[in-house]
Design a protein around this ligand. Structure first.
Ligand code: MCF
Ligand code: FE
Length: 400
C-alpha cells in the first residue's frame, strides 16, 4: 500500500484540500493523513510537498506516432497544402521514424502526465513502441481506401494489423475509419459490424476542413482536383448524412468535427458519439476551431500527431485551447479542459481511470504549482504553469 500526500486532490467537479489517497493497483481510500496511516501503518508514504496537486493520469485520445519524424517537413497553414505535403513526404517520414523515436514520443507524453493514449495507426509501425511503454494504449488500426478495386486488399491488411495488435496486456485493439472522403462505405460497414461484435472502440476523422465539407456536399472544390489527379474519380464515396448513419449503432469518437453544423452535432449527441478536439492541429492546418461554447457532445482535448503539431505535451495543448477559446469564461474553461483529458475520455471509452475515486486504477500524476492557489483557480493555474509532472503512477507503479 502507498499513501500519497498532496496539498490538493482533483475531484469530479473541483479540488479538495488536506486529504490523502491510499492505493495499491487500485485507489483504496481517500481520507485524512492520520486516519490512513493508522489504518495502513506499513504503507509507503509519498509526500508531494508544498503546493502539490494530485491529478488522475491524463488521457490523450488521438495521436499519430508514426509521423513523429516530422518537424519542418510538412507544410502548415492550409489543409490541402498539408495533404499534398503528406503524400510527397510520407515515405521519407516513415523511413526516418524508428521505434526509438516513437518510444521518445511516448516518453514526452508521459512527462506531461499522460497515462493512456489513443494511437491512430496507419501502418502498424508503432506497435512495438506501444507494447514497450508502461502506458495504456487504445490502438486504433486505421482503415483507409475508397477505390472499389483495392478496398478488399486494404481491408485484409487492416484485419491483419487488428489481429496483431490484440496480443498485448497494455494494448486495447481498436478501429479507426480514416474519414468520410477516404473510406468506401462497403468496408466501413464491415469494420463497424466487427466493432459491434467484438466491442472494439471506434474513432474517425470527420469534417476537419471546409474543403472536405464542400466535396462531401457538392462533389466540388479542391478535393475534386485531388481525387481526379490521384484516383481518377469524380464524386465522393460518402455523403455526410450517409456516412454518419453508418455509425448509428456504434458510439464513435469523431476527431475534429470543426465544420459540423448544428444538425450534425445534434445527431452525434443523439447517437452517443463524442468528439476529439485538437485545437493546435486545427490551427496549424488552417481548419478553424471547434465551437465548444455550447457543445452538447462530450469532447476530449487531444494533441493529434507530430504531423500537425509541434509537441505531444498535453499541457501545451491545454494552454493553446485556453487561449484559442477566448469567448469562454476563463475558470470555467480551465475546469472543463481538465475534465476533457481525464473523466470525460475515461467515460467515452469506458476506462476504469480518469478520476480519483475508490476502485479506480491508480493512474495518478502529481504536479506542483509555483505558489499557493485559491481552490477555484487550481485548474487554471495548473494549465498556465505546468509543463511536466513531478511524479507519475500507472496501476500504482511509479513511472516518474
Ligand atoms: O489528424 C491529422 C489530420 N487529418 C487527417 N489525417 C491525419 C492527421 N495526422 C496524420 N494523419 C494521417 C492519417 O491517419 O495522414 C494519413 C492518414 O493515414 C494520410 S491521409 C490525410
Ligand atoms: Fe489525426
Amino acid at each position: 500500500m502507498t499513501i500519497v500526500r498532496t496539498d490538493f486532490i482533483q475531484t469530479k467537479e473541483s479540488f479538495i484540500e488536506d486529504k490523502c489517497v491510499a492505493f495499491d493497483e487500485l485507489i483504496k481510500e481517500i481520507d485524512d493523513f492520520e486516519t490512513l496511516t493508522q489504518k495502513y501503518p506499513h504503507a509507503e508514504i509519498i509526500d508531494g510537498g508544498k503546493n502539490s496537486v494530485l491529478y488522475a493520469g491524463f488521457i490523450n485520445t488521438h495521436v499519430h506516432l508514426e509521423f513523429s519524424a516530422n518537424k519542418t517537413t510538412l507544410e502548415y497553414g492550409d489543409f490541402m497544402i498539408w495533404l499534398y505535403s503528406v503524400i510527397e513526404s510520407r515515405e521519407e517520414l516513415k523511413e526516418r521514424c524508428d521505434t526509438n523515436m516513437m518510444i521518445n514520443a511516448t516518453k514526452e507524453m508521459m512527462e506531461s502526465g499522460i497515462t493512456t493514449f489513443g494511437a491512430i495507426s496507419s501502418f502498424g509501425m508503432e506497435l512495438e513502441a506501444c507494447s514497450k511503454t508502461p502506458q495504456k494504449v487504445i490502438f486504433f488500426n486505421e482503415l483507409i481506401g475508397s477505390i472499389p478495386s483495392s478496398v478488399d486488399f486494404l481491408y485484409q491488411d487492416f484485419l491483419a494489423r487488428l489481429e496483431e495488435s490484440s496480443h498485448y496486456d497494455n494494448i486495447t485493439p481498436a478501429i479507426a475509419i480514416h474519414s468520410p472522403y477516404s473510406v468506401h462505405p462497403i468496408v466501413i460497414k464491415k469494420a463497424l459490424s466487427l466493432a459491434k461484435e467484438q466491442n472494439y472502440p471506434v474513432s474517425a476523422h470527420f469534417l476537419e476542413s471546409s474543403i472536405e465539407r464542400e466535396w462531401l456536399e457538392n462533389g466540388e472544390g479542391e478535393f475534386k482536383t485531388f481525387f481526379k489527379e490521384f484516383f481518377n474519380t469524380s464524386s465522393p464515396v460518402n455523403s455526410i448524412d450517409g456516412f454518419l448513419s453508418l455509425f448509428d449503432e456504434t458510439p464513435t469518437h469523431f476527431t475534429h468535427a470543426v465544420k459540423a453544423n448544428k444538425k450534425e452535432l445534434e445527431h452525434l449527441s443523439q447517437k452517443n458519439h463524442s468528439i476529439a478536439h485538437c485545437p493546435r492541429s486545427n490551427r496549424l492546418l488552417g481548419s478553424g476551431k471547434l465551437d465548444i461554447q455550447d457543445l452538447k457532445v462530450p469532447f476530449s482535448v487531444a494533441t493529434d500527431g507530430l504531423s500537425s503539431n509541434y509537441s505531444l505535451n498535453i499541457f501545451d495543448e491545454l494552454r493553446s485551447a485556453l487561449m484559442l477559446h477566448s469567448d469562454i469564461e476563463l475558470k470555467r474553461l480551465a475546469n472543463d479542459l481538465i475534465k476533457s483529458v481525464t473523466s470525460i475520455p475515461a467515460k467515452i471509452f469506458n476506462l476504469n481511470c480518469g478520476a480519483i475515486e475508490c476502485g479506480f486504477s491508480s493512474d495518478l500524476a502529481i504536479i506542483t504549482l509555483p505558489d499557493k492557489p485559491k481552490i477555484d483557480t487550481i485548474a487554471l493555474n495548473t494549465i498556465l504553469h505546468t509543463s511536466k509532472v513531478d511524479m507519475l503512477f500507472i496501476d500504482g507503479k511509479q513511472i516518474i
